[in-house]
Design a protein around this ligand. Structure first.
Ligand SMILES: Cc1cc2nc3c(=O)[nH]c(=O)nc-3n(C[C@H](O)[C@H](O)[C@H](O)COP(=O)(O)OP(=O)(O)OC[C@H]3O[C@@H](n4cnc5c(N)ncnc54)[C@H](O)[C@@H]3O)c2cc1C
Length: 398
C-alpha cells in the first residue's frame, strides 16, 4: 500500500467497487480498502435488482444470476394478490443475483482497471488538515498507516462511520431504520420466476416480507420492519419464523442474515472538503423498496467522475465536489428517491383494511406500464376517497 493516492475508497460493496473502477479508468491512482476478509461475504441483501438498471453497469453473467424473474406478486393482508407480469413490470422486476460472486466481479473489475485493493483492511479515522479530509488512518494486518488522498470516498455502507467521524450527521431515525432478517431456505417448492411481497401490519409492520427465488428449490425469504415496531417477541426474526413455519414447514435454513436498511431521506449534503459519500452511507436507498444496489453503483460512478475532474483541476473543495451532490439529486434516481419517500410515508399510515381495499381495486386490472408511478396513479384513480391524502403527492408525480 502506498502512502499517497489520488483517490481513497472506503468500502468494497457495489458503490465502492464502481467508484474505484470508474476512477482508475479515468487514470487516477486508486486505493480501495475493505474491512471484511472477503469481498461480498457475508451477504446482507435479498439480491434483487431491476434488469434495465443492472445493464447500465454490467452485462448479466450466468455465474451470478440466480433467477430470472418474470412476475411479481404483491400480497395484501387478507391474501388478495396483485400479480404483475414481466411484460408490464418495467424495471421493477429483474434478476435475483448471487452477491457473493457479483460483488467480487465488480471489485475484480476495479482491480483490473488498475485500483489497488486491500481486504481485511479498515479505515479507522479520517486525516484532517485545516478542516479538509486528506485521507484516512488505515489498519491492516496489525499495522497502522496514514494514507493520503486528494479525495476520499466514503462507501462504507449502512453502518457508515467515516462520514460521522468527519463531522457529518448521519443519524437514521429509529423508525426509518428497517431491521431485517433473512433466511436462504432450501427444500421449498415455489415458482422460481416469481417474487412475492407480503404486506400488512401483522406480517411486516411498516415494511414487507419477501420471497426472492434463488434457483434449485431455494429462495431468500426475508423481512424488514420499522425499527420502532421491533419489540420483544415481535422482532424481525420472530415474525419471519412464524411465516416460515406456516408457509414452508419443510424448508431448511442454509443461511441466516440480519441487517439494517435505511429508508430515510438522503443525507442533507453528500460532500465536504476532500470527501464524497455514496451508496448506503449517503442514505440513497429507495425508501419504498429498500433497494440500494443500483443507487450505490449510480452514486459511485458519478462521484468518481466528479472526483477525477476536480483532481485534474487541482481543487477538491466542498464547493467543487458539490457538482456530484447536485447532479444525483437532479437525476432520475434522485427524483425517484424524493417521490418514493413521500409514497412510503403515506403507505405506512394505512391500516390492513385499507391495504386490502387497495389490493382488491387493482386485482383485476392490467397495467400497460407498471412502475411505482403508474401504480400510484392507478390507485388514486380507483380510490379517490381513500387516497385524498395523496393529492400533494400527485403533484410531484405529474
Ligand atoms: C436484508 C437486506 C436486504 C436487501 N435487499 C436488497 C435487494 O434485494 N436489492 C437491493 O437493491 N438492495 C437491497 N438491500 C440494500 C443493499 O444491500 C445495499 O443498498 C447495498 O449493498 C449498498 O451498497 P454499498 O456499496 O453502498 O454498501 P455495502 O454493500 O454495505 O458495502 C459497504 C462496505 O464497506 C465496508 N466497510 C464498512 N466500514 C468500513 C471501514 N471503516 N473500512 C473499510 N471498509 C468498511 C463493509 O464491510 C462493506 O463491505 C438490502 C439490504 C438488506 C439489509
Amino acid at each position: 500500500m502506498k502512502s499517497e493516492y489520488d483517490l481513497l475508497v472506503i468500502g468494497g460493496g457495489p458503490g465502492g467497487a464502481i467508484a474505484a473502477r470508474t476512477a482508475a479508468e479515468a487514470g487516477l491512482s486508486v486505493c480501495l480498502v475493505e474491512k471484511r476478509p472477503a469481498i461480498g461475504a457475508p451477504v446482507r441483501c435479498a439480491e434483487g435488482i431491476g434488469k434495465k438498471l443492472l445493464h447500465e453497469f454490467i452485462e448479466p453473467d450466468e455465474r451470478w444470476i440466480a433467477s430470472d424473474i418474470r412476475r411479481a406478486r404483491i400480497i395484501a393482508p387478507d391474501g388478495t394478490a396483485v400479480s404483475l407480469e414481466e411484460s408490464m413490470a418495467g424495471s421493477e422486476v429483474g434478476y435475483v443475483i448471487e452477491r457473493k460472486i457479483f460483488d467480487r466481479e465488480l471489485v475484480w473489475n476495479a482491480a483490473e482497471a488498475g485500483s489497488d485493493v486491500f481486504v481485511k483492511t479498515r479505515a479507522s479515522a479520517p486525516i484532517m488538515e485545516g478542516g479538509t479530509i486528506t485521507g484516512a488512518i488505515i489498519e491492516s494486518c496489525g499495522e497502522t498507516r496514514r494514507v493520503h488522498a486528494d479525495v476520499t470516498i466514503a462507501a462504507d455502507g449502512v453502518e457508515s462511520k467515516f462520514a460521522r467521524w468527519c463531522g457529518i450527521n448521519t443519524t437514521v431515525p429509529l423508525r426509518e431504520m428497517m431491521t431485517c432478517a433473512q433466511y436462504l431456505l432450501t427444500n421449498i417448492d415455489i415458482d422460481q420466476t416469481c417474487t412475492d411481497f407480503y404486506l400488512g401490519n401483522y406480517v411486516a409492520p411498516e415494511g414487507y416480507l419477501w420471497i426472492f427465488p434463488k434457483g434449485r428449490r431455494s429462495a431468500n425469504v426475508g423481512i424488514g420492519i420499522s425499527g420502532r415496531k421491533s419489540t420483544e417477541g415481535n422482532r424481525a426474526k420472530d415474525r419471519l419464523d412464524r411465516f416460515v413455519k406456516e408457509r414452508f414447514p419443510e424448508g431448511k435454513i442454509i443461511e441466516y442474515i440480519i441487517g439494517g436498511d435505511p429508508v430515510c431521506e438522503p443525507l442533507d449534503c453528500t460532500v465536504a472538503d476532500g470527501l464524497m459519500i455514496i451508496g448506503d452511507a449517503a442514505r440513497v436507498v429507495d425508501p419504498l423498496t429498500g433497494g440500494g444496489i443500483y443507487n450505490s453503483m449510480f452514486t459511485g460512478r458519478l462521484a468518481a467522475g466528479v472526483a477525477a475532474k476536480c483532481i485534474s483541476g487541482g481543487l477538491c473543495s466542498r464547493e467543487r465536489l458539490m457538482e456530484y451532490d447536485e447532479t444525483w439529486r437532479r437525476s432520475e434516481m434522485g427524483r425517484v428517491l424524493e417521490r418514493n419517500y413521500r409514497i412510503k410515508e403515506f403507505f405506512i399510515t394505512l391500516s390492513d383494511h385499507h391495504m386490502n381495499t387497495l389490493a382488491k381495486s387493482l386485482a383485476s386490472i392490467t397495467l400497460s406500464d407498471f412502475s411505482v408511478k403508474t401504480l400510484v396513479k392507478e390507485l388514486t384513480k380507483r380510490n379517490p376517497a381513500l387516497l385524498m391524502k395523496l393529492n400533494e403527492l400527485k403533484t410531484t408525480l405529474n
